[in-house]
Design a protein around this ligand. Sequence first.
Ligand SMILES: Cc1cc2nc3c(=O)[nH]c(=O)nc-3n(C[C@H](O)[C@H](O)[C@H](O)COP(=O)(O)OP(=O)(O)OC[C@H]3O[C@@H](n4cnc5c(N)ncnc54)[C@H](O)[C@@H]3O)c2cc1C
Length: 490
Amino acid sequence: MQLAIIGGGIAGLAAAYELEKARAAGAPMSYTLFESQSRLGGTLSSEIVDGAVLERGPDSFISEKTAAAQLCRELGLGDDLLPSNDAARRTWIVVNNRLTALPDGLMFLVPTRLIPTATTRLFSVRTKLRMALELLHPPRPAAGDESVAALVERHFGAEAVDRLADPLLSGIYGGDAAQLSAQTVLPRLVEMERKHGSLTRGMLAAHRAMRAAAKVSSKGSNSGAVFTTLRGGMQQLVDALVARLDPESVRTSTAVSGLERAGEGWLIKTEQDVRAPGTAFDGVILATPAWAAGLLLNAVDRELGEELAAIPYSSSITVNLVYGEEQIGALPEGFGFLVPVSEGRATLACTFAHRKFLGRTPPGKAVLRAFLGGARRQALLEETDATLIATVRQELAAILGTRILGVAMEPEHAQVTRWRRAMAQYAVGHKERMERIRVRVSSLPGLRLAGNAYDGIGVPDCIRLGRQAARELAALRQETLDAGARGDAR
Ligand SMILES: Cc1cc2nc3c(=O)[nH]c(=O)nc-3n(C[C@H](O)[C@H](O)[C@H](O)COP(=O)(O)OP(=O)(O)OC[C@H]3O[C@@H](n4cnc5c(N)ncnc54)[C@H](O)[C@@H]3O)c2cc1C
């Protein structure tokens, strides 16, 4: 059996790793991984500059989702897993150009502790009153999907959207709370509303249940840190995966330009073989962004192609600035800050990377990682590196104030990375769209989709989906393919 993987980001690499394992274990199959770029890893990319790890894309993964740490352990990277420095964890939100701490007790956008919520400078008295009255919300029967902004506003008011939901979500999804689907992005909150009415009461109940469960079994839990990374950067994961693959099976700098059904199988055309008929495969894992998968599938199933192409994507930019700690001055404590759109800045967030993960930056150095762009500021992608660096320095200086005048100065090193249409946006109606996509994919034997557009935007979900797709296809025998094809024809 011959299988193809199109797209060598983390989802495609995880799929290839799984197929390589099956092949090494004697499964009668081979695979080919096609990647249009000269390097593998997609958005996972880091560089070490004078001993400092600079992440161009993701800097870590959420520890609660175990697929990424598990894969790292399988690859022999267990000793390099590094938890976030949660003892110093504190996040600031910029309000009227000043840093305001996120109040303690916030869980998934829901305030759960009375005193920190009552005393925070983040919200006006009116919003605080609204938060108190939220406890009286009656349960809401299941209704259609709505935006995250609509859900949060119904419970806590517009200010909570502007100062909490929007900056937190644009920091994670590069997205816009007014567009993102509550059902997909915050399913727990939707369920809590249905059951408890009040999100605060629902969250407190969930927290009590979690604490009780943690007491019963603390075995097998992770370090307890919110985030986990790799000592040498996320690139370590890419390198370890690539090292496991058969180099003969990997074709970099090879963009797939056409995909066709050929009898029971699939024909893949690349830009290199314009005149050749293409190569036949029994199964295909499409691990490109959904818009690229949509383009390729248009010729096979127009409706599926259109559904995939309709999944919106946002672009973003990361700017890493390396300074001497003395040069820069005393940064506020914590991991960094988020900037609400209403502040009118290009910078959406800034991480103090040397604080978030200890030991990845040489002593005496500070790495400030700014995140720009997002769904509302796509035009920034066209600015030059010099303009983007100057903008970030000027905005950081304005936000951090006189204590940190050093940021206005020339950094020791600056690195800009643009990620065009890299982050899928789970827009209102995403769940229904996914149902339609699943139905159509299941009518195409030997086809699987993997990547950040479907069932989780983060690295662990992409790994889970990539591996799952590979396992499913590897298990697919010729008879199954035939049976599927007969079902297709019915
Ligand atoms: C700036 C940024 C920060 C992030 N931070 C985090 C974080 O801290 N934690 C976290 O968990 N997640 C984070 N994410 C999200 C996460 O990194 C991505 O969702 C994930 O890496 C996507 O992996 P993927 O394999 O689905 O897609 P991609 O990485 O986009 O890979 C798809 C690959 O397909 C290739 N391709 C496209 N078309 C073709 C074609 N026609 N033929 C061949 N190849 C093709 C592309 O070149 C690319 O290499 C971040 C994302 C970004 C952009």
